[in-house]
Structure formats: C-alpha cells, structure tokens
Design a protein. Structure first.
Length: 224
C-alpha cells in the first residue's frame, strides 16, 4: 500500500520513480563504460535513431567529442520544456558538473545513429599541470581550468611534427585511416577507426603522417 501511495504521489508531481532516482551517467541507457584509470572514466555512447537515453545524473566534470552527428531532444530535470539541438560531428563540449550537477535525458530524434565519446574526471579538482605548446597543425578547440583540447586533421600524405607532451592526454578518433607514428625506434602503423580512444601519459609525442587515402581527424585533450 505504501508503494502505491508513493507511486500515485509521484504521478501527481509529474515525476516517476525512475526520474526521482536518476542513475549516474555510467548507468544510463546506451552509455557504455569502456575504460578507466585514476584520472578518467571513459564512456562510449552510441544512441540509435529514435531511442532515448533516459534520466541520468552528472556529478563529475565531463567532456565529450561527437563522432557521428544527429539531432537531440534534451530535457533537464524539473523543466517541462525541451530543447532540440544538432550535435555536429567533431564537436567537443565540457560540463563543469562538479560545481553544478545536472539530471537530464536526451532522445536521438535524427534519422541516423548518434555516437559520442566522453569521459568523466575522477579527481575533484585539476592538478595544476601545464599543457603542451603544440605545433600549428594542431588547432585549439577548447580550453578551461580543467582541460585543453586540439583538433588535428591530416589529408592523405600530410604530416604533423612531434612535440613535448607535458600533461596526460586522451586521443579520440573522429575520422579514421592509416596513421604512421614516428618514434626513435622507427615508425608504427595504426589503423584508426571512428570512436577509437587512447590514453597517454606525459611524454614525447611522435610525429604523425597520414599514410592512407582518407582524411584523418582526431581530437586530443590534455588534463590540467
């Protein structure tokens, strides 16, 4: 009887038990945990066309990169209004949810699957690390107190020089291809796929060369 009363009260308030107990983002529909260490927890989020990632809670700082674009219908907890927006391929965005937590839900209302790669920062605050001074081939796309990120686009045959990577880094592949990394011991071939992810500690970053016949696009984000 008590359960029925609580359920009826939730309906009157325009809520539901699922909304009132919104799970953390890593347990939301279509949010797949695929990697974690002491710094970050990575999520691969492929949302099929027409499907919804139900109510979920963000309480840690979160950054994501869109790998496959689509239209989203977003709604925040406690608000009746919805917002329709388009997340373009390659977009990088950040939410400072450690300062202002968010409960929301999103539905893919486009005709194609949506996919983005995101990660939470597991530390409560940045560690004060200086980020890299990168060559001009790397175009800065995001910078705040928590992270700094760049986009690198290499057409077939193009290359980018190496540099001193001064902070831990996440690489997210937007468009894949055959990438050659030049190390002191020689070149290493890498067959990149959209949505691919790497985590690298601070170290010397290799020179890169597109050895394939398709344009490669990657986003690299350093943790401060």
């Amino acid at each position: 009887m008590r359960t029925l009363i609580l359920l009826f009260a939730a309906i009157l308030l325009g809520a539901s038990p699922a909304r009132a107990e919104a799970p953390p983002v890593e347990r939301a529909p279509f949010h797949i945990p695929v990697f974690h260490n002491d710094e970050v927890a990575l999520l691969d989020v492929p949302i099929p066309a027409g499907r919804e990632a139900g109510w979920h809670r963000h309480s840690r700082d979160f950054v994501f990169v869109v790998v496959r674009d689509s239209d989203l219908l977003l709604q925040n907890w406690g608000e009746s209004e919805t917002t329709r927006t388009h997340w373009p391929r390659g977009m990088a965005a950040f939410g400072a949810f450690s300062k202002k937590p968010l409960v929301h839900r999103g539905q893919n209302v486009g005709p194609q699957p949506l996919r983005f790669i995101g990660f939470e920062f597991l530390q409560d605050a940045p560690k004060g690390r200086a980020t890299s001074a990168r060559p001009p081939a790397y175009r800065e796309i995001i910078d705040n107190e928590r992270l700094r990120g760049w986009r690198l686009t290499l057409k077939p045959g193009e290359s980018a020089p190496g540099f001193a990577q001064t902070a831990p880094m996440a690489r997210i592949v937007v468009e894949g291809g055959l990438l050659m990394e030049a190390w002191e011991s020689g070149e290493q071939a890498m067959a990149l796929q959209p949505g691919g992810f790497q985590w690298r500690e601070a170290d010397a970053a290799p020179a890169l060369r597109n050895a394939g016949d398709a344009t490669i696009e990657i986003v690299e984000i350093e943790a401060k």
